[in-house]
Design a binder for this molecule. Sequence first.
Ligand SMILES: NC(=O)c1ccc[n+]([C@@H]2O[C@H](COP(=O)([O-])OP(=O)(O)OC[C@H]3O[C@@H](n4cnc5c(N)ncnc54)[C@H](O)[C@@H]3O)[C@@H](O)[C@H]2O)c1
Length: 596
Amino acid sequence: MAREFSTVGVVGLGTMGAGIVEVFARNGIDVVAVEISEPALERGRATLSGSTDRAVAKGKLAAADRDALHERVHFAVGLDALHSVDLVIEAVPEHLDLKQRIFAELDRVCRPEAILATNTSSLSVTEISVATTRPNQVIGIHFFNPAPVMKLVEVVRTVVTAPEVVADVEALCARLGKVDVTINDRAGFIANALLFGYLNHAVGMFESHYATREDIDAAMKLGCGLPMGPLALMDLIGLDTAYEILDTMYRRGGRDRRHAPVPLLKQMVTAGLLGRKSGRGFYTYERPGSPVVVPDEATPPAAEAALADGARAIAKVGVVGSGTMATGIIEVFAKAGYEVVSVTRGAEKSAKVCEAVKTSLNKGVVRGKLTEADRDAALGRISWSATLDHLADVDLVVEAVVEELSVKKALFASLDEICKPGVVLATTTSSLPVIDVAMATQRPADVVGLHFFNPAPVMPLVEVVRTIRTSPEATATARAVCAALGKTGVVCGDRSGFIVNALLFPYLNDAVRMLEASYSTADDIDHAMKLGCGYPMGPFELLDVVGLDVSLAIQRELYLELREPGFAPAPLLEHLVTAGYLGRKTRRGFRDHSHR
Ligand SMILES: NC(=O)c1ccc[n+]([C@@H]2O[C@H](COP(=O)([O-])OP(=O)(O)OC[C@H]3O[C@@H](n4cnc5c(N)ncnc54)[C@H](O)[C@@H]3O)[C@@H](O)[C@H]2O)c1
């Protein structure tokens, strides 16, 4: 029989603690909520009220249930109030000495049979436990932010945690409606070990002006379907907490440079820019604690204003290529009202592309997204050609031919001969340096990258890549074109992986390393990222969809360009590719798909 928990204590009512109080009280458990001072207690109480009032306003909680919830919570200053609880969860700032002091005190105050739990994200639960005389009753219960919403709990057992304590806590998680994964005590556990390298990398991109905060966040939301971008997530986590987590992970987790906090973070913390909780972090909020972002001096001007930056008028567009991307891009431009000249290597290829565009547009008609008249008008705007000479009078060329530098360079040299002055020349390359392509022409200032995502008609994101030679007008034109296509164009520098792949693939590679180290299973790792961080797919699901060979190739390029040791492809990924297990397309990758 699992132990009954009728009263629990929560220590520290900040970002996490207040949410944890709500989780327990919502599930009919009495809570003693403890803070260090009266003002801090008041803040915690206000956070809880704000959250439950929002739930009532959204119709997610009845007013009577909110009142009952509040009645279950007893607020107090000081740990002495915890003398008769069955379990305590500590959620004070991420400092080992502070947590050890609190655990020593809890050990003295609490009943001998009480379980003492920490919500630490990165510190050693084992080191915290030895501050007590009952390390076998100490455990990690790691909730995710915001605690009332996120379904995952990581239950962290140390080498001395008693098995029945683990079982009791697992049963408690089930009672709270949470899904738990039980793991050993390692820096960052599952989710943070995979998340924080990515977050820190995104901060580094921002710090080096590689892209704006809005563009970095939009890229990951729209390109990967994440619930929020990395910088908005840092603001939610709290920059002080994030700094401590990174710093601890760096020291405990094998001194991986990717976890060494980017210097900007420390500066922001020192300046009091802690994120949502202080009203300002990477973004500015309506007031401290508010989730509402308000414009500030870094907010980019509206799209119309950007047009004034010298964006050139584009009416006629050439698309070179006959593959999946070219086909999708032709459709996107034609649907948006542009005149399109498609250039392929022959009539046969043109006929195939034309057929594919028709099929796709017809699907739109069947699904009610397009009228027959719109479809016919779009098709009427496309002309088919087998020679680049027909691109003499276009305003923009989008190249989407095979991913080989020599082929692209030769093509750009020809475009340079044929196209009129002032045309913007764009490559859709996902991995080659855009500057190499640009230097094949006499007009590198007019060359940009336009990295569409597959399938182009569906995916809302385009990465606009500016090289060190690209003119502001060419960049503004590319961005304005994206907006006219109904897509979000994010501008970034000309580095391997641009924004999305550079942030995504190292994380996937890290997940493979974690599996390889037998720290957890593919199922639990996928669960952790979906339920703890709200990702639409877990890393192994995504790797099997993308293809292990494609993922390995991208990871290799990132490694070769940046020489970051942490980016070295995981040996397990290499072995699976060598074995021909490439993912869904070969019916076997990390999982066996042959029966599905
Ligand atoms: N922020 C997140 O997204 C997140 C997610 C999961 C876990 N965590 C972990 O949760 C813990 C708390 O982080 P947070 O972000 O909520 O921090 P926070 O800074 O928002 O809140 C900490 C609270 O602890 C209180 N406190 C400090 N000393 C105290 C004491 N001696 N007694 C009682 N209360 C005290 C502070 O007044 C403050 O209200 C950390 O270990 C962190 O790693 C954070």
